[in-house]
Unconditional design. Sequence first.
Length: 56
Amino acid sequence: MLSPTVVRPTVVFRPTVVIGLGGTGYEVVLKLKKRFIDVYGSVPEVIRFISIDTNV
């Protein structure tokens, strides 16, 4: 019996900036970036990440 082939729909990403604020925001940015790499093999060029932490 043949195993079912997984067919993923074509995904089109819009230009996006993900902003993480504080320590938790930084962790979320890292997890999201890792998720992109796990699912798509890389982060699309139109997705950018920035993390801001103001510990003084």
